[in-house]
Ligand binder design. Structure first.
Ligand code: FMN
Length: 140
């Protein structure tokens, strides 16, 4: 069984579109606080949360990880790395012994993305996929 875990906030909802192409149980990471609509404010506030390692509030998801052998983590790259909300989800939900697919959406700047993800995933897991979408195009 597959759990598709997605975080997506831009008006294009690109990560969500990618997630909907996968077959499995879809879980959406949602903010406790309202999502800022302005891209400029998002860059300032969410960029700051991401680079400063700030703890952020997530709505509870209550995933029974025992049900799943594969986990898909799909989210936008922020500040070149795993964004504050996917990072918080992984800190709050440490799963083990899964096949993990790491998939990101971005505008082209993702140099540190996969490296920033690794310390957040328990070493008992196996990362079986690292995929990047730039805008709507899969490039890696
Ligand atoms: C705070 C913030 C930081 C971002 N940093 C990057 C970045 O470092 N590199 C990049 O290519 N895109 C960056 N973006 C753009 C998003 O990664 C991109 O628009 C993504 O496709 C949005 O996915 P979504 O529609 O699922 O939210 C950033 C966007 C925000 C809001």
């Amino acid at each position: 069984m597959k759990a598709i875990i997605v975080h997506s906030v831009s008006k294009n909802q690109r990560s969500l579109s990618i997630a909907k192409m996968m077959e499995g149980d879809l879980y959406r990471i949602e903010h406790v606080k309202r999502v800022y609509k302005s891209y400029f404010i998002q860059l300032l506030v969410y960029g700051y949360y991401t680079v400063s390692n700030k703890k952020v509030g997530l709505k509870p998801l209550n995933i029974d990880f025992q049900k799943y052998d594969e986990i898909y983590l799909i989210s936008p790259v922020w500040a070149g790395r795993v964004n504050a909300y996917m990072r918080q989800f992984l800190k709050d939900n440490p799963f083990k012994n899964k096949k993990v697919h790491v998939i990101a959406s971005c505008e082209g700047g993702y140099k540190d993305y996969f490296n920033s993800m690794k310390p957040l995933i328990d070493p008992s897991n196996q990362i079986v996929e690292e995929t990047i979408y730039v805008k709507e195009e899969r490039i890696k």
